[in-house]
Ligand binder design. Structure first.
Ligand SMILES: Nc1nc2c(ncn2[C@@H]2O[C@H](COP(=O)(O)OP(=O)(O)OP(=O)(O)O)[C@@H](O)[C@H]2O)c(=O)[nH]1
Ligand SMILES: [Mg+2]
Length: 258
């Protein structure tokens, strides 16, 4: 039985992997040292580079590390949803999303978890004071800042880093967010869950993190990931506005309507 994190209970960190053979061992070691009281689930999509086998070795050597082998590459969002469902079945009280590529520093996790004691979702944020991005070329930074600005305006959502993927949720909050209906992948998955949390009235907190560009392995980011985020956020924004107008009309006395 795993340990409990003070004020939270049992915490599972889900690390999705696809071709992270050069990273998975390093990130799990860093995480286990940084926060020994949490468990780790590596959700591997049958990586051709042998990441799954390395994950099995890590799990064999440490009872707090587990592996979920998935049939093939089905996207980041699908891997997280499977990890969350597993965490729910196993009775975890909180789940964490963290990349395997070292961009999300495990050494900052305890700050996220401490903040979760008084919140439902904590986002490790690059874009609040104290947060930053290291080693990104200007075009990546502009893309990320632009995506976040567009999201904030389109959804009127007071979150500075809605695309950030280093975050912690209380299981109770996730349960209220109807995550079985999530189909978004990539960056859009992060925006989707943040948007669901905000709409449910959950307490969303951003904690500054230093995000560092991956040093090993290849990014799985693609233009289709960006296009998906753009069109879905636009649709949600239009839906929210239409709903807002409808609700205003409904609450306005008929005599005042022009
Ligand atoms: N299981 C699984 N993991 C994935 C999949 N796609 C990406 N990942 C993992 O998700 C994490 C983030 O992927 P990255 O390629 O770093 O994408 P990113 O962080 O959005 O983009 P960069 O900033 O360019 O690194 C990494 O741990 C990947 O191995 C997938 O289809 N399945
Ligand atoms: Mg990355």
């Amino acid at each position: 039985m795993s340990e409990e994190y003070p004020g939270l209970g049992r915490v599972l960190v889900v690390i999705p992997t696809y071709n992270e053979a050069d990273n998975v061992r390093i990130i799990v070691d860093r995480l286990r040292k940084a926060v020994p009281a949490v468990d780790v689930l590596i959700a591997d999509d049958n990586s051709p580079d042998g990441t799954g086998e390395i994950a099995d070795e890590l799990a064999a050597a440490d009872s707090n590390v587990m592996v979920m082998h998935r049939a093939g590459k089905q996207g980041l969002g699908a891997a997280y949803l499977a990890g969350f469902a597993w965490a729910r079945d196993e009775g975890y009280d909180a789940v964490v999303e963290m990349d395997a590529d070292g961009s999300h520093p495990p050494e900052a996790l305890s700050r996220l978890l401490d903040a979760l004691v008084d919140a439902d979702l904590v986002i490790g944020s690059r874009y609040v004071p104290g947060g930053t991005v290291v080693n990104w070329p200007m075009h990546r930074l502009l893309l990320s800042r632009g995506a976040n600005l567009y999201t904030r305006l389109a959804l009127a959502m007071p979150v500075k880093d809605a695309t950030g993927g280093f975050r912690a949720y209380r299981m109770k909050a996730l349960d209220s967010m109807d995550i079985d209906s999530v189909v978004s992948q990539g960056y859009c998955f992060q925006v989707d869950l943040a948007w669901r949390a905000v709409r449910q009235g959950h307490r969303v907190v951003e904690v500054p993190i230093v995000f560092t560009e991956r040093e090993r392995g290849a990014s799985k980011m693609s233009s289709s990931v960006i296009r998906e985020a753009l069109w879905r956020v636009t649709v949600w924004g239009v839906q929210a506005r239409t709903k807002g107008v409808r609700e205003r009309l409904r609450s306005t006395p008929v005599s005042q309507r022009s």
